[in-house]
Design a protein around this ligand. Sequence first.
Ligand code: FES
Ligand SMILES: [Fe+2]
Length: 466
Amino acid sequence: MVDEKEGGPGSGEKDSAELGLRSWQNANRERRAITHLRSFGPPKILNSAAALSYGSPMARVQLSDNPRARPGDEHLSARTPPGTVYVDEGVFQQEMEKLFFRHWLNVGHVSQIPNPGDFITRGIGTESVLFVRGGDGVVRGFYNVCRHRGTRIVTDDHGEKLRSIVCPYHAWTYSTEGKLVGAPHTDALEDFDKEDFGLYPVNTDTWGGFIWANLDPRAEPLKEAIAPLIARTERWNVAGLRLGAKHVYEVNANWKILAENYSECYHCAPIHPGLNRVTPYFTGDNDAWMTRGKGVSTVNGGFQTFAGDYTSMTVSGYTKRPPLKGMTEDDRKRIYYWVVFPNMFFSMHPDYLMIHRDWPLSASHSKIECEWYFDPEAMARPDFDPSDAVDMWDEINRQDWAVCERTQLGVGSRAWSRGRYSDQEPLVYDLDKAYTERMAGASSLAVKRPARKRAVTSRKRRAGRR
Ligand code: FES
Ligand SMILES: [Fe+2]
C-alpha cells in the first residue's frame, strides 16, 4: 500500500451558531474516539498531536464560524452505503460495466508517448487498452486484442517507436493507426477484407495534456462530460504543465473508499496533523456538486485555505516556486480538490498540480497513481527540486491508504451496518449519491423515517384489539 491525497475540501455553507456548536460537539466525540483508538492504533496514523488538534481554541472558533452544513442538507438525514458495495465481487463487476466501461477515464499524459509509435497499455477492469501515437501524430486507443483469434497483443505497459503492432501468435500486423496491414495466408479467404479487421477502437481524446478514454462508443464527448472541470481550470494552463514526479501505490481497499476519503477533511486532524497545520480541515468551501444540478455531473469538490502565511502543501508549508501562470490572489491562498468521476482526483496547488488515478483491481484492492506536474520554466531552473511537495504528499498518501485499509477491513464485518455522514461530509454523500444513481438499483441512501410512526400505529392497533 502507499500514497494518496489529502482529505479533500470541506464544504457546505456558513450558517447558524447552533450548527457550529453541533460541529464542535461532534469533534469532541471524535476526539474521544481517537483517544480510544490510539491505544491500539499505529502511532504513525493516530498520535497525540493529531488528537489534540481537533480541540485547539482556533478550531473551536472557526468551527462555529464555518459549519459545513445547513439544516435540511440531505447528508444530515442520509445513511452511508451498505458494506456489500465495498466487498462484493458481483457489485465490482457491475461497477465495471456501468461505470468504468461507460465513463471517461483519465489514463495518462500525452508526454508519456511523445513520438509516433510510442505506446502505453492500461488495465481497465478485465480489459487491456493500448494507447499509441500514430504516424500522423494522433493518440488513439484500441482494445489490446488481436482480430484473428483474440490474443492479447502487447504485454508491456509502455514502449516506444513501434513501426507496427505485431501479434506474437500468428503475426497479424497492424499499423500504429490500427489498420490491419499484414495477415499471412488470408488471400484465399472468402468475404475477407483487411479493412474490416483493424484493431477495435476505443473512444480516446485529450484535454489538459492528459489522455482520456471511454469504452462506450456512444459516450458523450469528453469536453462535455468534464465541462465543470474545464470551466474551473481554464484560467490556468494545465496543458502546459509537465510531469515532475510519480508514485504508484497498491492499496487493499475498495476504490470507492479511496474516493470517499479524498472527499472529506473530517479525518485530517487525526490522520494528517502535518496537512491540518498548513490547511486546517474546517477552512474553505465547496464549489462543485455531482447531484445538486440537472442530471448527475462528473465533478465535485472545492478548496481549502492556507493557515497564516503558508504558501503551498509542502513539508515546510512554503514554496520557492513561483505561482503557476493564471493563479489569482485568491488561488494563491488555496488548494483546490476535485473528484472527476470515476477515477481521477485533481488537486491544484498554487505552484503545482497533483493528480491521482484510482484504478480498481478487485472489490478490495486498488492501484493508485499519484503524479506531480510543474511549470516547465520552474523545472528548467538548476535548483528545481520537487521533493518538498512529493515527500509531503507521499506521507499524506500513506496515512490515507493505511486508514482506508482499516476501513476496508471493517466494512466487511457481519456486524457493521450502514453508518451516518457527519456534517463535514456533504461531498462524500454527494459522491455516494452519484454512484448510487449511476448504478441504478443500489438501495437509497435516505434514512427511513417512518419507523416511529409505524410503531405508534401498531401500538394503537394492539390497543384496539384489546
Ligand atoms: S491470434 Fe493474433 S495473429 Fe493469431
Ligand atoms: Fe486524507
